[in-house]
Design a protein around this ligand. Structure first.
Ligand code: NDP
Length: 449
């Protein structure tokens, strides 16, 4: 048999050949395969032919037409996706993204990442992801509702509380989950609360689900710093994005006594010398669905909007990329390192390019990969499924305590696994190997399927 590294390299080349024009998927696979060679060397049971080949091929890929009418009666046709990647540990679980850049390669990268992330939570959930190239920005509530209804009219036949459980992601929040759930209930004539997560707390949603990803990302950064004898308290932080993950990252940073000074959207960023005013940010983004430039206009002299700029040019000791993939590149990493950054925690999925990750690691920056650092969201989604199955609702305090325990466990698992495989402090290797081991064990036990 070839040596493990050569085998993984040839597998990677094969995946890139068989899945052309899917750069994000190639990037996500490459990042995982690059860290697996030591596991193959140490545990030959994982080197059986076919295991990694199955892991990198989705169990099912669904692509469908989503026709809908705008408020003027014009018909639009979008494309819908659901990639059911791996169900060895439980029903497929992962969000839906509505964004014009969504294509099958983006959904596959997100679904692939989700397998390992979900495994790291220690809970019984497989990996999947979906979405559409629909752009909800600038659309009325009625248009978003009609789109969601059309999307669910096809999707409903593929999902279920024991099969596949979608949630939100970019462009899909509480409003969209409500419309999607309503249409599912109407078509199936079933109150099946566990079919979607991120529901409203009055009708089956879990307390703390909206907060969970951002809170978890801050908790992960705090754990990484603690291992180095440091704290987040009193430190300045740069946060990108101004959606669900960014807002609750900022909220948690404020709660632990850190000082978040930025947020952004696709038009530019805001820097606020007095620290971000959370209530104003929530009012503009969550209530009015406005743009981040309005924050600077309303906040007064402490804040300014930098059109087209990147938050990474603002000096800070902690960085929380919380918008989208590949938003932090090598040049940004160099700037952050030069400005003294101590920790980077990925709230978004794959926001840091591979070269930037390498630079952070070489500079000794505590770097938390999204698979681990942003797993708090899906973990609380799984707790929402537990509450739905038991027809009960837990208090916010209880869910927050569970979330904190899960993030501590994920951190310890990644940290200890990295040490076990001779890569101390390398949370990328720790997360990939620990996630892989759990999924691989289940796949081996369940036979060649
Ligand atoms: P939202 O839609 O709530 O917010 C997304 C934010 O990112 C917006 O500010 C948006 O700005 C910005 N953004 C999106 N695409 C781009 C782009 N191409 N360039 C620049 N800015 C962009 O999404 P979430 O907060 O839910 O998700 C953010 C990230 O976190 C994603 O990577 C997602 O996969 C990840 N994640 C989310 C989880 C969750 O629970 N929601 C769980 C785990 C990970 P604009 O409005 O201008 O587009």
């Amino acid at each position: 048999m070839k040596d493990p590294k050569a085998r993984l390299d040839s597998l990677r080349a094969d995946i890139e050949r068989r899945n052309p024009a899917q750069p994000e998927f190639h990037q996500a696979v490459r990042e995982v395969l690059e860290t697996l060679a030591p596991v193959f060397a140490a545990r030959p049971e994982y080197a059986v032919p076919g295991l990694v080949e199955r892991l990198t091929e989705p169990e099912r890929q669904i692509i469908f037409r989503v026709p809908w009418q705008d408020d003027r009666g014009v018909v639009h046709v979008n494309r819908g996706y659901r990639v059911e990647f791996n169900s060895a540990l439980g029903p497929y679980k992962g969000g839906l993204r509505f964004h014009p850049a969504v294509d099958i390669g983006v959904v596959k990268f997100l679904g692939f990442e989700q397998i390992f992330k979900n495994a790291l939570t220690g809970l019984g959930i497989g990996g999947g992801k979906g979405g559409s190239d629909f752009d909800p920005r600038g659309r009325s509530d009625a248009e978003v509702m009609r789109f969601c209804q059309s999307f669910m009219t096809e999707l409903h036949r593929h999902i279920g509380e024991h099969t596949d459980v979608p949630a939100g992601d970019i462009g899909v929040g509480g409003r969209e989950i409500g419309y999607l759930f309503g249409q599912y209930r109407r078509i199936t004539n079933r109150w099946e609360a566990g079919v979607l997560t991120g529901k409203g707390t009055g009708w089956g949603g879990s307390a703390i689900r909206p907060q969970a990803t951002g809170y978890g990302s801050v908790l992960f950064a705090a754990e990484m710093l603690e291992r180095k004898g440091a704290k987040l308290e009193g430190r300045s932080a740069v946060v990108s994005g101004s959606g669900n993950v960014a807002i609750y990252t900022i909220e948690k940073l404020l709660r632990v006594g850190a000082n978040p000074v930025t947020c952004s959207d696709s038009e530019g960023y805001v820097v606020d010398d007095k620290g971000i005013d959370l209530e104003l940010l929530k009012q503009i983004k969550e209530v009015e669905r406005g743009r981040i430039s309005e924050y600077a206009a309303r906040r007064g002299p402490s804040a300014r909007f930098v059109r087209g700029g990147r938050v990474w040019e603002v000096a800070a000791e902690a960085a929380f990329p919380s918008a989208t993939q590949n938003e932090l590149d090598a040049d940004d990493a160099r700037t952050l390192i030069r400005n003294g950054v101590k920790t980077v925690s990925e709230g978004a999925n794959m926001p840091t390019t591979p070269e930037a990750v390498r630079l952070f690691q070489e500079a000794g920056v505590a770097f938390g990969p999204g698979k681990a650092a942003n797993a708090g969201g899906v973990a609380v989604s799984a707790l929402e499924m537990s509450q739905n199955a038991a027809r009960t609702a837990w208090s916010a305090d209880r869910v927050e305590e569970e979330l904190a325990g899960i993030m501590r466990d994920i951190h310890a698992t990644c940290h200890d696994t990295a040490e076990r495989y001779g890569a101390p402090g390398d949370y990328v290797t720790g997360a990939n190997i620990a996630g892989f081991e759990r999924v691989a064990d289940a796949m081996l036990a369940q036979g060649v399927i």
